[in-house]
Design a protein around this ligand. Structure first.
Ligand code: ZN
Length: 408
């Protein structure tokens, strides 16, 4: 009863069976069949999908109490005979990756002395964690070469329940502590392991085994890999990206690295040039602003609000201005987070830019006790408040009049 047909045959995708039990699993209708080819999630391999009498199978799980295979459904199913159809592309992808994992795991043992600790087969990512902290690229290449050589041998893959005597003679890599008969999966004479999963019949069906990346994980190495059509898809995607890049850079794909390095060097040089040019521009802008300001009581006051310029320019612009004796710079940038810089030349020691700045911000916020902004008496900065250009210009002009009254 409740036979797991996929143990002996991973290739049947359509079958008939009888509903043995109707139940509810986590609020969803479910059935147990007298026999099924559906694979339930276990051993790192996800469950199959498909249909039972046209009803979608949402999940397949093993009931802990009695080991029954429970088919969780999208809709209830009547008692009686059923026709099951398994989603073959998904199943075959799992078969390729599971057999590929066994081959790769044995290759890691033989070439890198790194036994596999865990296996995860996901829709997007397939990984094994191998018990070795560091795997140099040359060693990884050896592992991958060995794994693909086993694929090319087209070794027969056999899954069976050996007798205890037979089992004792088999070099099984991992014998779990289970009651009852143990299922072994053998790949030629290369690898034997205890496993309940679905596998391809011959190793060549795995297709390419490609390691995509390795990363350190809990003192071990997590290896992400792909097989079969996923490997082809990965190749296709990356090839398309490289071809586009090569076309954009008008070079061969093998020269993309050099082309990018050249672009990065060029970009660095251009940034340096741009920075120098911006600095020179600020010096001449400061000179123009200073020339345009008419002297009042031996001082020149530059009060100016902008929109749409780089806030980082306010400080250096103010510094260039107040480098000239008797100069006061009251500069602002309007916007949602307006910025104000107030600075005076060193010969105007009687002035306090901090209190002047806070008064201006207080006018803008309507809070005369505002403590926003600070600095030193000759150089203050603040803002972060919303102010449009005309409002900002108005408070800067008021600050200019206040300064002037202090100078007279
Ligand atoms: Zn396995």
């Amino acid at each position: 009863m409740n036979a797991r047909r996929y143990y002996d045959d991973a290739y049947t995708t359509e079958f008939t069976a009888h509903v043995q039990e109707q139940l509810t699993h986590a609020g969803q209708p479910a059935v147990v069949l007298d026999a099924s080819y559906f694979y339930p999630a276990s051993g790192g391999q996800p469950a199959d999908r498909g249909m039972l009498n046209g009803v979608a199978v949402a999940d397949v799980i093993v009931r802990e109490a009695d080991g029954a295979v429970v088919h969780v459904l999208d809709a209830p199913l009547d008692a009686g005979p059923v026709t099951g159809v398994i989603d073959w592309p998904r199943r075959f992808d799992h078969m390729q990756h599971h057999t590929g994992q066994h081959i790769l795991t044995q290759a890691f043992i033989r070439a890198a002395d790194a036994p596999t600790v865990s296996f995860h087969l996901g829709v997007e990512i397939v990984t094994i964690d191998v018990d070795r902290a560091d795997i140099p690229p040359t060693l990884l290449d050896e592992v991958e070469t060995l794994a693909n050589a086993i694929v090319a041998q087209n070794a027969p893959v056999r899954a069976w329940f050996p007798t205890p005597a037979e089992l004792a003679d088999l070099p099984v890599r991992r014998v779990p502590d289970v009651n009852g008969k143990l299922r072994v999966v053998g790949i030629g004479t290369f690898d034997f392991t205890a496993c309940g999963g679905t596998h391809v019949a011959h190793s060549a069906e795995v297709g390419l085994i490609k390691v995509l990346r390795t990363e350190k994980y809990k003192g071990m190495t997590r290896v992400t890999f792909c097989c079969g059509d996923r490997a082809r898809h990965d190749y296709t995607t990356k090839h398309a990206i490289l071809a586009d890049l090569a076309a954009d850079l008008t070079t061969g794909y093998w020269e993309i690295g050099e082309a990018v390095a050249r672009l990065q060097a060029e970009n660095k040089a251009l940034r340096a040039d741009l920075k120098a040019a911006r600095q020179a521009l600020l010096v001449s802008e400061a000179a123009e602003l200073w020339d345009a300001a008419s002297p009042q009581h031996d001082a020149r006051i530059i009060a100016r609000a902008w929109v749409d310029r780089d806030a980082a320019e306010l400080r250096p612009l103010a510094s260039h201005l107040v480098a000239r004796a008797g100069t006061i710079a009251l500069l602002g940038l309007a916007g949602e987070k307006a910025q104000i810089v107030m600075a005076c030349a060193d010969d105007l020691m009687a002035l306090d830019m901090v209190s002047l700045l806070r008064a201006a911000i207080g006018t803008l916020t309507g809070d005369p006790d505002s403590r926003r902004g600070g600095g030193r008496p000759s150089f203050a900065q603040g803002g972060g408040i919303s102010a449009d250009q005309s409002a900002l210009q108005a408070v800067l002009d008021q600050a200019a009049r206040d300064v002037l009254s202090q100078l007279t």
